[in-house]
Design a protein around this ligand. Structure first.
Ligand SMILES: [Fe+2]
Ligand SMILES: [Fe+2]
Length: 260
């Protein structure tokens, strides 16, 4: 089973770039399962039914989210209804949406889980305890687990890789929008990367027009933040999952979108 996982797609420029890149990515990697983090898909913050539909139409099977999940109130019912849109499992149980979904891919039952870090982000419960509970509860229902760990701090992300090594096919970090150079398969068979990165303009600071974000740092005065639209790159990983529900390889994809 081959997985394509695309990092946080930012705003309409990110979505437009991804729409241009997807046919080539699908042809090249022939993934059985395509997942994208969509927490910044709507104007750079949050998701809406429209941006969710847009990502599904490009060929994605599951959309994961993160700390910006609830930016758009109008999307709360969509989060409840859309089976393949998931938000961090360790959010409040009363919050809209759900934290995992099981899908068929490449002849396997694949459980995709979204978790959020505790450090500098708002988690209702420990992601480590939540991961244990989910994996033990769902192990009869799923042949493999894919975890999007949406977290700020690299130590917490690396820790999650070791925590789930041998139990998840992949633990893939998102949220920082900066891809890390530590992609590898851990000793017990879990593909890991601290952060997949973003699918967004590189003429930006984490997706925001760089002049605006820079002015914020320089002046400490409120700034208008707009999504950057120049030089969109795709940041992703491709993971090869074997019959034992563990990873054989993880390969990073970092490339500019070429206009078709
Ligand atoms: Fe985030
Ligand atoms: Fe993000």
């Amino acid at each position: 089973m081959r997985l394509l996982f695309v990092g946080d797609v930012v705003g309409s420029p990110g979505r437009a770039g991804l729409r241009d890149a997807m046919p080539g990515l699908l042809e090249r990697f022939e993934p059985d399962l395509a997942i994208v983090n969509g927490e910044n898909s709507a104007g750079g913050l949050g998701i809406t039914e429209r941006t969710g539909r847009d990502l599904f139409e490009m060929g994605f099977d599951v959309i994961t989210l993160g700390n910006h999940t609830y930016r758009r109130k109008e999307a709360y019912s969509y989060l409840d209804e859309a089976e393949r849109v998931i938000r961090p499992a360790n959010f409040m149980t009363t919050a809209p949406g759900k934290g995992h979904v099981i899908v068929e891919a490449g002849g396997m039952r694949v459980c995709v889980v979204n978790l959020i870090g505790m450090l500098q982000l708002q988690a209702a419960r420990s992601p480590f305890v939540e991961a244990d509970a989910l994996v033990s509860r769902l192990s009869d229902d799923a042949d493999a687990f894919i975890v999007d760990f949406h977290a700020e701090v690299t130590s917490e992300k690396v820790a999650m890789g070791w925590h789930l090594d041998g139990r998840a096919a992949a633990v893939l970090g998102t949220h920082t929008h900066v891809p890390t150079a530590d992609a590898r398969v851990l000793p017990q068979g879990t593909a890991f990367i601290s952060d997949v990165g973003m699918t967004a303009s590189r003429t930006s600071i984490l997706g925001v027009k760089y002049q605006q974000a820079l002015d914020g740092f320089r002046t400490h005065l409120p700034q208008k933040f707009e999504t950057g639209d120049e030089d969109v790159w795709v940041n992703a990983v491709v993971v090869e999952v074997n019959d034992r529900g563990l990873a054989d390889s993880i390969e990073q994809v970092l490339e500019p979108v070429l206009k078709p």
